[in-house]
Ligand binder design. Structure first.
Ligand SMILES: *[C@@H]1O[C@H](CO)[C@@H](O)[C@H](O)[C@H]1NC(C)=O
Ligand SMILES: *[C@@H]1O[C@H](CO)[C@@H](O)[C@H](O)[C@H]1NC(C)=O
Ligand SMILES: *[C@@H]1O[C@H](CO)[C@@H](O)[C@H](O)[C@H]1NC(C)=O
Ligand SMILES: *[C@@H]1O[C@H](CO)[C@@H](O)[C@H](O)[C@H]1NC(C)=O
Length: 339
């Protein structure tokens, strides 16, 4: 999809009785009707986007031998009391452990994760670590650290309050971000809203597939670029067409390979069988993520999952039902013809 944008949805004091808000959020300009409930809107200027060069400040790796980079977090279970912490080390695996706690100088909890690596044509990824920290308290600030020795890096995030109809929450809405100079302005714009607590990301992350051989180095630069936000608040991921990375001419026939290695989702917690469609609750919102580029027809796993999902939504508890998908339904099943 084309132009990226960002908006905010204030879920405060949801008007449960009068108007049950259903937000159907899609990326790109193809669905002008999908603006319901936006309290703010930002669209970057039109015109061709120029990508930031590899030596741009926002792509700079953190200092230190084998320092953790590309740190990103996403919700780790259905109710918001777990977080998946991910990061990359480049010269050796290092540690997959996260230490965390509610007091900055007393990170007295430990969780162990795992690392993985993938190849794409002639690219080999760094060591990609994923660690889920669980049993978090609601509405609490957590500090966490990754890395070992001289290269420990510390971050923090807030857990949401326990779901309920009147729990205020502000989601950011970003899609089609990429890594152009404009992408950087878009992210900076989002950061000016101090109330924004989590990002609903409606697909198309790095646009690495626009490069020859889908140069996966651009997946790494993208992750270093967005770390300044996504290390501190969860981004809820939706797969877009630029995540497919289906390239038989390069011998790459497994769709979503870079995306699925880098950006895990808590799909099992909602009974899903694939990471591309899932649901979570967060504050007063129930969020259903759909996969525009995975089969959705009747009797497919995604369809059957969605059918079973709707009855689980309790609008008294979560009056906001938000459905995220990258493309309007009419564009479905075009996944092999990337736009
Ligand atoms: C990106 O934006 C940040 C924050 O506004 C700024 O500090 C940085 O210099 C920008 N980098 C580029 C390459 O535009
Ligand atoms: C960890 O520290 C916090 C205070 O920062 C305390 O409330 C909690 O009980 C401690 N937990 C353990 C397992 O030591
Ligand atoms: C991958 O192959 C392309 C085309 O031959 C080449 O330009 C690029 O430098 C190679 N990259 C690596 C990491 O070997
Ligand atoms: C729906 O949520 C409300 C408010 O939290 C709760 O009182 C009610 O028991 C829930 N209904 C079901 C069927 O779980």
């Amino acid at each position: 999809m084309g132009r990226h944008g960002v908006g905010w949805i204030g879920a405060a004091a949801a008007p449960a009785a009068v108007l049950l808000p259903l937000l159907l959020l899609v990326a790109g300009g193809a669905c002008p009707g999908a603006r319901a409930g936006l309290t703010s809107e930002y669209r970057r200027h039109l015109g061709s986007a120029i990508d930031m060069p590899l030596d741009a400040d926002v792509f700079r790796p953190p200092p230190g031998q084998n320092a953790p980079e590309q740190v990103h977090i996403t919700q780790g279970n259905h109710d918001g009391t777990a977080m998946i912490i991910s990061w990359v080390t480049t010269s050796e695996p290092g540690s997959s452990t996260v230490v965390y706690g509610t007091s900055e100088d007393n990170l007295n909890y430990t969780a162990n994760g795992k690392h993985t690596q993938y190849t794409f044509y002639n690219y080999t990824s760094g060591y990609i670590h994923h660690c889920t920290i669980k049993k978090l308290e609601f509405d609490t600030k957590y500090y966490y650290a990754v890395g070992i020795g001289q290269t420990v890096r510390k971050f923090w995030f807030m857990t949401p309050a326990k779901s309920g109809p009147d729990v205020p929450y502000t989601f950011g809405l970003i899609g089609d971000l990429g890594q152009s100079f404009d992408s950087n302005v878009t992210l900076a714009h989002y950061e000016t809203n101090s109330k924004a607590q989590a990002v609903l990301f409606v697909g198309d992350l790095s646009y690495a597939d626009n490069y020859p051989y889908h140069d996966n180095v651009r997946w790494d630069t993208w992750a270093r670029f967005v770390e300044r936000n996504v290390a501190y608040q969860p981004w809820i991921w939706t797969a877009g067409n630029h995540e497919i990375d289906f390239a038989p001419e390069l011998g790459e026939t497994k769709p979503f390979k870079p995306y699925s290695n880098m950006y895990p989702t808590p799909y099992k917690a909602s009974g899903s069988t694939a990471p591309y469609w899932y649901s979570i609750k967060r504050a007063s919102a129930y969020i259903i993520v759909l996969a525009s580029y995975s089969s959705y027809g009747k009797y497919t796993p995604q369809y059957k999952w969605l059918e079973a999902e709707f009855p689980k939504v309790n609008r008294s508890e979560t009056p906001w039902l938000i459905v995220l998908m990258h493309a309007p339904c009419t564009e479905y099943q075009m996944w092999h013809t990337t736009s």
